[in-house]
Ligand binder design. Structure first.
Ligand SMILES: O=C(O)CCC(=O)C(=O)O
Ligand SMILES: [Fe+2]
Length: 488
């Protein structure tokens, strides 16, 4: 039974309820499934036995075909033509065997097949009704505006000109905030634009998710793609690739940028060359972004926007807090599933998220920098093409969190080079040499935390078993209260 509530009936002719711009028509004219209820026939009637399969399964079957098989199938009828045009199929084929040289041609299919626009026929598939084909197109065109405006006052991420290290440590290490001033003094803030980066580093390859592309190719992609989740350039080696000097201007000749004073202290620096990945250049078109996640190894982060505009939505985490709406975490917290694209999450969960206690939202503009405290969930979407720099760090307030993570979640530790065998030991040794007192404090806090968990656990087991002895005489675990205790 088609779910006509999931997508608007022939939305291309309707403005949405908020009066935002209408979604344009699907390039092949495909309409949401609900429209089939008003139609006397469908192109799907002509795919023989396959018409008995749901669209999701059809598309999954097509994932087993190579490029030439997809082309052959697409020639058999209009419905299969529309199905074999699904961009995800061609993106997977392209990424599975990327050619050495290619020209970005506006879609993954045209790029994979090296088809100029004049060779892509316009075929009318307007008698095909399929949410599966229409949804990615719809998500690539929704207006972001309703989600990123009218932020309730209680949710607004505080905005400040700047903070001293003392203010940060005393009051702000656990709170998101935006600083409006320090980045404006960085040379890269005045120098960098897509154009200036292209002229200096156009041929250099940068990592964008699973591919390494020359910046010129990525620029072509940014300017002309219709992806629901645009490919995001996220390069951890940009400092060496671009020959940048990073550090305080007083001590670093020709410094391109430096962490603002309040973020300068970073205890992972005791790891030297063995620290995990910690700095990235991030470039992406409008609608690109990062799905909900927490930053690695219990680090905090700053993220500075040089060009563009980013919307942030964040939630604190903790033993007793559920993950953000629409995000699922395994019992041991090791696996996070955010199954929806950013646009689909906005459509389905943003309203609930905005009402959820703890939610913080803000827009970080050019020359501004946001603080992401250790352990906070965040989802980010670019409202314009953007260039940003980000760095992860461990401030003194979160030394214990970092020790705890490295010691107790070794399977989730990430970003260290393969030859680094024991990050926890390295961190403890580095701290012992450089900051012995802070290390003792951190280890003491860790011990207290472990003791308190153990106590709670024993209270539950012991308390209940005693009670049970009085009642039924048997033993049982009973988590009657809402305590959220991990078994030590
Ligand atoms: O700018 C963005 O997309 C956010 C990046 C981010 O959250 C991260 O690097 O962990
Ligand atoms: Fe992040």
């Amino acid at each position: 039974m088609p779910d006509i509530t999931t997508l608007p009936i022939h939305s291309s002719v309707l403005d949405d309820q908020e009066g935002n711009e209408a979604i344009p028509s699907h390039p092949l004219g495909v309409k949401p499934t609900g429209n089939a209820l008003l139609a006397s026939w469908s192109l799907r009637d002509h795919i023989g036995t396959f018409q008995h399969l749901p669209d999701e399964l059809l598309l999954e079957l097509l994932e087993y075909l190579n490029g030439s098989d997809l082309l052959s199938l697409g020639r058999t009828c209009k419905a299969f033509y529309a199905f074999t045009r699904a961009e995800e199929l061609w993106k997977t084929l392209f990424i599975g065997s990327p050619p050495d040289e290619f020209t970005w041609r506006g879609t993954w299919r045209s790029t994979y097949l090296n088809l100029p626009p004049s060779k892509v026929p316009v075929i009318d598939c307007s008698d095909l009704y399929s949410d599966v084909l229409y949804r990615p197109f719809n998500c690539a065109h929704i207006s972001l505006e309703p989600y990123v405006t009218k932020i309730p006052t209680r949710n607004q991420i505080p905005r400040l000109p700047d903070l001293s290290p003392e203010e940060f440590h005393a009051q702000w290490a656990d709170r998101p905030f935006i600083l409006t001033e320090p980045v404006k003094a960085w040379p890269v803030f005045s120098d960098w634009s897509i154009g200036s980066l292209l002229s200096r580093h156009g041929k250099e390859k940068f990592r964008a998710e699973a591919v390494d592309w020359p910046l010129t190719t990525y620029r072509d992609y940014m300017a002309d793609n219709a992806d629901e989740s645009p490919l995001y350039l996220f390069d951890r080696a940009f400092v060496s690739k671009m020959g940048l000097a990073v550090g305080p201007p007083e001590s670093t000749p020709d410094a391109a940028y430096w962490p603002p004073a309040c973020f300068a202290e970073d205890f992972f620096s005791v790891l030297g060359q063995d620290r995990p990945d910690h700095q990235w250049m991030i470039v992406g078109p409008e609608r690109s972004g990062s799905k909900f996640h927490k930053d690695p190894n219990a680090t905090s982060a700053w993220n500075a926007v040089l060009r563009g505009l980013k919307y942030w939505i964040m939630f604190p985490s903790g033993d007793k807090r559920p993950p953000p709406p629409g995000v699922f975490v395994s019992d041991d917290q090791s696996e996070v599933t955010s199954p929806l694209s950013i646009a689909e999450w906005l459509l389905n969960f943003h309203a609930e998220a905005r009402r959820t206690p703890g939610c913080m939202e803000g827009v970080c503009g050019e020359g501004e920098i946001i603080h992401v405290p250790s352990g906070w969930w965040h989802l980010v979407v670019n409202l314009e093409s953007s260039i940003a720099l980000t760095q992860n760090f461990v401030p003194r307030a979160h030394i214990t969190a970092a020790l705890d993570f490295l010691a107790n979640k070794p399977d989730q530790v990430s970003g260290f080079r393969k030859n680094v065998e024991n990050p926890y030991e390295n961190f403890v040794n580095g701290m012992r040499k450089a900051h012995p007192e802070l290390l003792s404090q951190g280890l003491e806090e860790l011990q207290k935390k472990a003791d308190s968990k153990k106590r709670k656990w024993e209270e539950i087991v012991h308390g209940k078993s005693e009670q049970d002895e009085h009642t039924s005489g048997g033993f049982s675990f009973g988590f009657g209260d809402d305590s959220d205790v991990e078994v030590p």
